[in-house]
Design a protein around this ligand. Structure first.
Ligand SMILES: [Zn+2]
Length: 391
């Protein structure tokens, strides 16, 4: 390895997994970097660049690889598995110089809405193995560790069954093959961290799931958004939803369980950019999280979590997106990261016409107060195009 390290320090195991052979004979692959600590423990899975324009996480993973390579294995318990550029098909897509890479060109599907979710698959599994509620009933007095191990095995068995179709002569569309490759790396993990950014211009924040507020604080992000509504089959959702569903089944029987299984999406600034501040926040957050979880031990960590009042927590159903009421050119938009009051002008559209009139402008005001967390990169918009978001 070119960046070296002596025997004293950890070295990653690097494995290259073929994904697809292209018509030209070139091959797309995933490359996985795994660091193993001196003792078994939790498995952590990190990936970046699932959406093609969202590249900042690759720098986070690169710096973490370098950082782990300066540590003796005694400082790591368990394993950390990292996959930069986890979607080569999306990453390499271009429209002139611009990365689009959010949608699969074959079927128009969002690359982050395609993943296999056991909570949905359980309908197929239930006739043989019983429903979630039945599973909870059978295990109502069982040890949490045993429940976790048995339930995970159910998930892994159902997932493994997908392979039969993939390997059949009929085979499956690329997206099904792709998700199988990616999810087979993480379904046995305890903590999954998916590194995204805006595909426009965005601030740095974290998405988290219910009952995980305390761990969300470990990432030291100034803004946290609780996913209270799901738009379906995202990577983080597909991983954690089956566990949240099982927690609910136990709760309905009066047993409160909170598995130490977590999924996170970090949003690291703007698309097509590697913003140094967002990368630094990402690295600090991941390190602190791993230290707080007992996976890593580091001298200057843990960093005390930001007090609750310094974190702006909100729920995803309360995000307000603004779309252009007519075609035009965005001007005087309030800057990314600023706070606005309801009724305050937030942007103006310069509107041309073909009616023999001089151009005019349209002012748009904020419907609610909030923080500008995301703005469109393109200041030319057709009617109905995205302009900005408030939280
Ligand atoms: Zn994304």
């Amino acid at each position: 390895m070119s960046w070296g390290g002596s025997d004293k320090f950890m070295q990653p195991t690097i494995s290259t997994i073929p994904l697809a052979t292209l018509a030209s004979g070139d091959r797309l692959s995933l490359q996985v970097y795994t660091f193993k600590g001196h003792k078994p423990g939790r498995k952590v899975y990190l990936q970046s660049n699932l959406h093609g324009a969202e590249i900042a996480g690759n720098a986070v993973i690169h710096e973490l690889i370098q950082f782990f390579s300066t540590l003796p294995s005694e400082q790591l318990q368990g394993e950390v598995c990292m996959v930069p550029a986890c979607n080569p098909m999306g990453t390499n897509e271009r429209s002139q110089h611009f990365s689009s890479g959010r949608y699969n060109v074959y079927d128009g599907k969002d690359w982050n809405r395609i993943f296999w979710d056991y909570e949905q698959a359980i309908a197929i599994d239930a006739p043989t193995n019983g429903s979630l509620d039945e599973f909870a009933q059978v295990h109502i007095t069982q040890d949490e560790a045993v429940i976790q191990q048995r339930y995970r095995q159910r998930i892994l068995d159902a997932f493994a069954a997908l392979q039969t179709k993939i390997q059949s002569p009929q085979s499956v569309p690329f997206r099904e093959k792709y998700r199988y490759s990616l999810q087979s790396l993480c379904l046995d993990a305890d903590y999954v961290i998916d590194l995204h950014s805006s595909n426009n211009q965005g601030i740095t924040y974290i998405y988290y799931f219910k009952n995980r507020d305390d761990s969300a604080k470990f990432f030291l992000m100034p803004v946290g958004i609780l996913l209270d509504t799901y738009d379906g089959d995202a990577f983080d959702e597909a991983f954690i939803k089956p566990w949240l569903a099982l927690e609910s089944s136990f709760a309905a029987l009066g047993r409160s369980l909170r598995f130490d299984i977590e999924a996170w999406t970090l949003e690291l600034g703007s698309g097509m950019q590697v913003n140094a501040d967002s990368v630094a926040k990402g690295i600090r957050g991941v390190k602190n999280y791993l230290v707080q979880k007992g996976v890593l031990s580091l001298q200057d960590y843990p960093i005390e979590s930001l007090p609750y009042h310094d974190i702006r927590f909100t729920v995803s159903s309360r995000l307000n997106r603004y779309y252009a009421p007519t075609g035009g050119y965005i001007q005087f938009r309030v800057p990314l990261g600023s706070s606005v009051e309801a009724g305050q002008p937030i942007y103006e559209l310069l509107c041309l016409n073909k009616d023999g009139q001089v151009p005019h402008t349209v002012k748009v005001v904020a419907a609610t107060s909030g923080l500008v967390y995301d703005v469109s990169t393109n200041q030319a918009v057709n009617e109905g195009e995205y302009v900005m978001g408030l939280l």
